[in-house]
Design a protein around this ligand. Structure first.
Ligand SMILES: [Fe+2]
Ligand SMILES: [Zn+2]
Length: 416
C-alpha cells in the first residue's frame, strides 16, 4: 500500500497509524513529515520512534548510483540543498520511498532505517538482538575459572574450517582470551596460526618475536626471571594491538605461571565500589614513554576510557613505562574529581593505590601455566597479563594483531 504523506500534511495531519504491539517487527511503522525531517513511529506503545533529516537521507541514499553496490562506499559526490518532493510509505514492502526535487529516487528499507537510527527514543527496545552487543561479553574473575575450563579451540579445526575460526573468535570476543590447543611448538607455526585471522602487526620486536629468559641484551624487564606484575602491552603506541598471542615453545624450570586479569571486570567493580576513583581512572591520561634501541615512543593513555554510553572501551596500564604526572594530567584530575590543583596529585595516587591493591590482590587474577602446543590469545585492550618469578629455561614466542583485524574477520564470518 502506498500512502502519500504530502497530501496528509496539506490537510494539517500528522499520521501515526494504530500499531500492534509486536516487538522487533517494523512492518507497522508509520510516517509523518516535518519541514526538515521525516519521523518514523516504530512502536507507539514502546515510545520507539526515529527522526531522519532529509539531508541525512539524501546523503545516505543506498541506490547503486549513490553507493557502490559491492563495496558499499559512498560514490555520491554532490552536496546540494537536498529537498524531497514526494515521500511515500510502502508498508507492504516495508520501505520508504523519496522522490527528490531533482527527480532522484531513493528507497530506504525499514530495517535499514532502524539499524541506522541516530536517536535514543527507546529504539534499543525494538532492535533485533545483536550478538555484537556489550551484554554478550562475559566478565570474569578468579572464581569464574575455578569451575570451568578456559575457552579453547583445537588447532586442526581452527586452521582448516571456518567453523573452527569462528568458534575461536567468538570465544575470544566474549572472554578476552582463547587457547589454540595442539599447535606445533614453533615460532613459525605460532605466526601461521595467528596470520589465519589477519595480517600480523609489526613492531619494534618484529612481527613474530622470541623471548628467551635471561637475555637482558634486549631492553625490557620481560627478558628477566623476576615476577612481572600484570599490565597491558604497548601503552606507548597510539593503538596498542588488540590480540596478542603467547606461546611457550620450550620450558624447563619451576614457577613462571601466567597471570591474567579481566580489566573490564575490574573497571565495573571500581565503578560500583568507588565512583570517585573510577572518575579519575576513566578520565585522566597518564603519560608513558619507552626507549628502545634508537627510538623513543611517547603516548598518553587513560586506564579505563569510556564511550558515549559510559561503557569502558579499552584498558591500558603499564607501570614500567609510566612517566611523571604533568600539567595536563593535573588538569584532568581536577576536572574528574572537582578538586583544586594542590590536591590533584594526592587524589590521583589515592586512586592508583586503590587500583594497585585490587589488581595485585588474588580476587581477580586467573593463574595458569603456559605449555608447548598451547597458544594463548589475549585481548590486550581488555585483559592485563603478567608472569610469576621462575627458575630455568623458558622460550616464549609471540605475535600480535590490530584490534580491527580480528573484529573484521569475526564480522565477516558472522555474516557468511
Ligand atoms: Fe607484557
Ligand atoms: Zn541514490
Amino acid at each position: 500500500m502506498m500512502l502519500s504523506f504530502r497530501a496528509l500534511q496539506l490537510r494539517g495531519l500528522k499520521l501515526f497509524t494504530a500499531i500492534s504491539a509486536v516487538p522487533r517487527s517494523v512492518s507497522t511503522a508509520s510516517l509523518s513529515k516535518d519541514p526538515d525531517s521525516l519521523l518514523v513511529n516504530w512502536d507507539q506503545q514502546k515510545g520507539a520512534w526515529s527522526r531522519y533529516h532529509y539531508e541525512w537521507l539524501r546523503d545516505n541514499c543506498t541506490c547503486p548510483s549513490c553507493r557502490h553496490p559491492e563495496t558499499g562506499q559512498r560514490i555520491l559526490t554532490t552536496m546540494e540543498d537536498w529537498r524531497p518532493d514526494i515521500i511515500q510509505g510502502d508498508t507492504t514492502n516495508e520501505r520508504v520511498e523519496i522522490i527528490w526535487k531533482d527527480g532522484h529516487n531513493s528507497q530506504y528499507k525499514h530495517s535499514w532505517l532502524l539499524e541506522n537510527s541516530y536517536n535514543h527514543n527507546n529504539i534499543a527496545n525494538i532492535k533485533p538482538a545483536d550478538t555484537t552487543q556489550r551484554s554478550d561479553l562475559v566478565l570474569w574473575d578468579a572464581e569464574y575459572f575455578k569451575s570451568r575450563q578456559p575457552p579453547s579451540v583445537e588447532y586442526e579445526e581452527y586452521m582448516n574450517s571456518d567453523e573452527g575460526l569462528l568458534k575461536m573468535l567468538r570465544q575470544f570476543r566474549r572472554y578476552g582470551l582463547c587457547f589454540i590447543h595442539n599447535t606445533p611448538a614453533s615460532k613459525e607455526a605460532t605466526g601461521e596460526a595467528i596470520r589465519r585471522i589477519g595480517p600480523l602487526r609489526n613492531s619494534y620486536y618484529g612481527s613474530v618475536w622470541t623471548m628467551i629468559a635471561g637475555n637482558m641484551a634486549v631492553n625490557s624487564v620481560a627478558y628477566g626471571y623476576k615476577c612481572i606484575p600484570v599490565h597491558t602491552d604497548h601503552v606507548t603506541l597510539e593503538e596498542p594491538p588488540g590480540l596478542m598471542a603467547l606461546h611457550c615453545v620450550e620450558y624447563k624450570g619451576e614457577g613462571g605461571e601466567t597471570m591474567l586479569l579481566d580489566g573490564f571486570k575490574v573497571a565495573e567493580y571500581i565503578r560500583q565500589d568507588r565512583p570517585d576513583y573510577f572518575a579519575i581512572l576513566s578520565q585522566v591520561s597518564i603519560p608513558y614513554q619507552l626507549n628502545y634501541k634508537d627510538g623513543t615512543y611517547e603516548e598518553r593513555k587513560v586506564v579505563f576510557p569510556v564511550n558515549h554510553k559510559g561503557e569502558v572501551t579499552d584498558v591500558h596500564l603499564n607501570h614500567d613505562d609510566r612517566q611523571p604526572l604533568d600539567v595536563k594530567a593535573v588538569d584532568e584530575i581536577c576536572t574528574a574529581s572537582g578538586c583544586d590543583e594542590n590536591e590533584a596529585v594526592s587524589k590521583f595516587y589515592e586512586a592508583l593505590r586503590y587500583l594497585h591493591n585490587i589488581i595485585y590482590g588474588s580476587q581477580f587474577v586467573y593463574e595458569m601455566t603456559l605449555s608447548p602446543g598451547n597458544v594463548l590469545a589475549v585481548n590486550n585492550r581488555r585483559l592485563l597479563h603478567g608472569r610469576k618469578e621462575f627458575k630455568g629455561y623458558r622460550n616464549l614466542c609471540g605475535t600480535a594483531l590490530n584490534q580491527e583485524e580480528w573484529e573484521s574477520t569475526l564480522k565477516l564470518l558472522e555474516n557468511k
